[in-house]
Design a protein around this ligand. Structure first.
Ligand code: ATP
Ligand code: MG
Length: 748
């Protein structure tokens, strides 16, 4: 358990201490209408975690009150997820449907108490009678029915005498309650549908608000923990249990913030759409945020639990960066998994001065990992290296093999290129090279300096494998629909080569492929004849995030397939000094400082820009990301350091928003125009004048009356929706902080 306790644990402790409950009983109550996702993992960790911490128990309960969407297959997936995450439910899996008879009895009891009635308004009338946030509702005339008539109608509803929607059972509470949910909420509806467990026994089904609190009560749950969107339902929860005068102790509902994550979707409805539409291979597609997807991709339960721990439990909704989850899996695997070599896009190298073959004893772990183990690594005359580890005409910062630059073969010898062999089209098909016999790793006396070590496999000994590389499923951080899917989220490499040690009889194996990332033997498709590996995650946060910003960037760069992360080369003294200065004096974060310090060209550009504008952090961000990308892609930059300084100055003064700055930069890089000219010509100046912003806000508010009502009824999460809409409608030009203040005032 973490040091500082979250508000839920504090509440549980308080309740145990005061003697309100003797034992903590929680429940995880999913609806079995889809596979669980990482948001459910958070809920599982909270509910089962609290039960474990306080020696109580947690029930796994299927909230199966909606017959049309549920299925036993989803029940199995939910059980799998809980077990995989390392939790155990008490005795058996519970089902709300097992309580249908009891829940029905409670409904009868409410009618007898004069607290529920059968209403015969249709759906539309019910909505109309409910009123709005600003107007009270009206009660239906059917609320006057006598107890006898209500009892008779409910029974006949149960017997199947009526059609769907003909009648409903409602609680008689208050049609002018400020909380709209309390305006005579529905308790039962008619649904002639086959239920996957109760079959055709019932044709009336209890609504969530009626079934949930009673299921909790029946199971003796103490703390009913759910997500914030149920905050307004809490009043009904309490009303039902109080009015029925159920004996104490009874459960109470507590809400926490739902987990949202960027670059993905989390609702089961949207996930189902992806699965049914074959946009992914199934619920366990490794690109999905489902537990089954993470499991198949190679995530460990520990990494997911750590992630849920790290993001904490809060009362305010927020969006978590998927990079944080990726950090957790890297952090978990880094000390655990053996490092081996795999070549994704092979280029043959013939080592002309090498005869025969040998086996190198190569350790699986680097020195700083407290783990031992090694394998025999075959070396021979013909090897494969990664195609992009050789360049004939390299840029200045290229550290790998070139016609004039030697490179170390990891665990083996230093290699020098002698000849580049090309086919008729000019494509390089082979390198003829020489090795240096006195340069073997660990006993190198050659005195030859190299700037990096590359991975390789012996051609004769390597085994062919299929490698599946995954990118984010969506191309934008807050995807809305299918149109936002990333068309390049899956890349299959059929002819990768792995060293023999990678071939394993055991299932459930993970490796670090040196310089490529972490990989997992696909639990379904892997066979001895055809090994298949899934990329779990890269070695460090990759470029893809930046590449995606430029849709017109050349394909080779934006969607670079075998993105090889270079071996970390130690910094030179000069680079170290720069790094120190950037982090300590200029206040840059270490990642950005590292990028700049290690690249002479970038560092120079950065410092030159600073001569024109004193804004070290903003300039560093632009130079290390956008400018660096241009350096990589273009022979010649179309903009100068001075112009970047002007762009940053406009951002700092608030003339343009950060979002617009990115757009201006793209334009500068493309056309070579001056940033001020671009901003003026395109009318991109940030709008901070409240008088200009107010009409935009009014428009958004007028267009979304339902959301305004929800907001006023207490769904404060919608605040960011309104702000977001205004920013969007302004084409990104509105000043976000001004919009925030104005929207807050408007909705007050
Ligand atoms: P979805 O909208 O994704 O279909 P749901 O809330 O309808 O999810 P349920 O199966 O009803 O899914 O949820 C089971 C439990 O998991 C509930 O207690 C719910 O609050 C919780 N839960 C669902 N999504 C999240 C999330 N994103 N973050 C935290 N908890 C979640
Ligand atoms: Mg739901």
């Amino acid at each position: 358990m973490s040091e500082s306790k979250d508000f839920l644990r504090l509440k549980v402790e308080e309740d145990l201490k005061s003697g309100k409950y003797k034992e903590v009983i929680t429940r995880f109550p999913p609806e079995p209408n889809g596979f669980p996702h990482i948001g459910h993992a958070k809920s599982i960790c909270i509910n089962f975690g609290i039960a474990r911490d306080y020696k109580g128990h947690c029930n796994l309960r299927m909230d199966d009150t909606n017959p049309t969407t549920e299925d036993m297959r989803y029940v199995e997936a939910l059980k799998d997820a809980v077990t995989w995450l390392g939790f155990e439910w008490a005795d058996k899996v519970y089902f709300a449907s097992d309580y249908f008879p009891k829940i029905y009895d409670y409904a009868v009891q409410l009618i007898k108490m004069g607290k529920a009635y059968v209403d015969s308004l249709n759906e539309e009338e019910i909505r109309e009678y409910r009123g709005t946030v600003t107007e009270p509702g009206r009660r239906s005339k059917f609320a006057e029915r006598s107890i006898e008539e209500n009892l008779d109608l409910l029974e006949r509803m149960k017997k199947g005498e009526f059609k769907d929607g003909e009648h409903v059972l409602r609680a008689k509470i208050d049609m002018s309650a400020a909380n709209m949910k309390m305006r005579d909420p529905l308790l039962y509806r008619i649904r002639h549908a086959h239920h996957f467990r109760t079959k055709d026994e019932w044709c009336i089904y209890p609504m969530y608000d009626f079934a949930h609190c009673l299921s909790d009560y029946i199971e003796g749950v103490t703390h009913s923990i759910c997500t914030l969107e149920f905050e307004n339902n809490r009043d009904i929860y309490d009303w039902v249990l109080d009015e029925l005068e159920l004996k104490l102790p009874r459960p109470y509902q507590h809400e926490f913030a739902r987990l949202g994550m960027n670059y993905t979707v989390m609702s089961k409805r949207k996930l189902l759409e992806l699965v049914n539409g074959n946009y992914v291979s199934g619920w366990d597609d490794p690109r999905l945020p489902t537990i089954a997807g993470y499991k198949r991709r190679g995530y460990t339960p520990e990494s997911i639990i750590n992630f849920c721990d790290q993001i904490g439990i809060a009362k305010a909704n927020s969006m978590v960066d998927v990079a944080q989850l990726e950090f957790c899996i890297r952090d978990d695997l880094n000390p655990k998994v053996p490092r081996v070599m795999c070549v994704l896009e092979p280029l043959k190298v013939t080592i002309e001065n090498y005869e025969g073959e040998e086996e190198i004893d190569a350790s699986y772990y680097p020195h700083d990992v407290p783990k031992e183990g090694s394998r025999k690594l075959p070396f021979s005359r013909e090897i494969y290296i990664e195609r992009d580890d050789f360049m004939e005409n390299p840029p200045a910062d290229y550290y790998r093999l070139t016609p004039s630059q030697s490179v170390r073969l990891k665990h083996a010898y230093i290699l020098t290129c002698k000849e580049v062999v090309k086919d008729a089209n000019g494509t390089i098909i082979e390198i003829k090279a020489e090795y240096h016999p006195d340069s073997k790793s660990g006993s190198d006396t050659s005195g030859i300096k190299t700037k990096s070590a590359i991975h390789w496999v012996s051609a004769k000994h390597a085994k062919q494998a299929e490698v599946r590389l995954y990118e984010r499923l969506y191309k934008i951080d807050a995807p809305e629909g299918l149109e936002d899917l990333n068309p390049d989220s899956l890349h299959v490499i059929k002819n990768a080569f792995v060293e023999p040690a990678v071939i394993s009889e055991k299932p459930d194996v993970r490796f670090q492929f040196e310089r490529q990332g972490y990989f997992y033997a696909d639990p379904i498709d892997y066979t001895d004849e055809k090994p298949v590996f899934n990329k779990i995650v890269g070695l460090k946060e990759s470029w893809s995030k930046k590449a995606e910003a430029t849709e017109n960037a050349p394909k080779s760069v934006a969607h670079k397939v075998a993105h090889v992360e270079g071996e970390v080369v130690p910094m030179s003294e000069a680079e170290k000094a720069l790094f120190e200065k950037y982090t300590k004096v200029l206040g840059l974060n270490s990642e950005i400082a590292n990028t700049l310090a290690r690249d002479e060209q970038l560092a120079h550009f950065y410092e030159e820009t600073l001569l024109h504008v004193n804004s070290p952090v903003s300039v560093a961000n632009i130079v290390a990301n956008e400018v660096a990308r241009e350096f990589k892609q273009e022979m010649e930059l179309k903009f100068s350091a001075k112009e970047i300084a002007e762009l940053v100055a406009m951002m700092d003064e608030g003339t343009i928003s950060n979002k617009i700055a990115k757009q201006v930069f793209e334009e500068m890089a493309k056309t070579g125009e001056n940033p001020k000219t671009i901003v003026e010509a395109k009318g991109l100046t940030q709008i901070s004048d409240p008088e200009k912003l107010k009409p935009l806000i009014d428009e958004v508010i007028a267009k979304n009356p339902e959301n305004v009502a929800k907001f006023k009824a207490g769904n404060t999460n919608l605040f960011s929706f309104f702000v977001g809409q205004v920013l969007k409608n302004s084409g990104g030009k509105a000043n976000p902080s001004v919009v925030n203040a104005l929207v807050a005032e408007k909705l007050k």
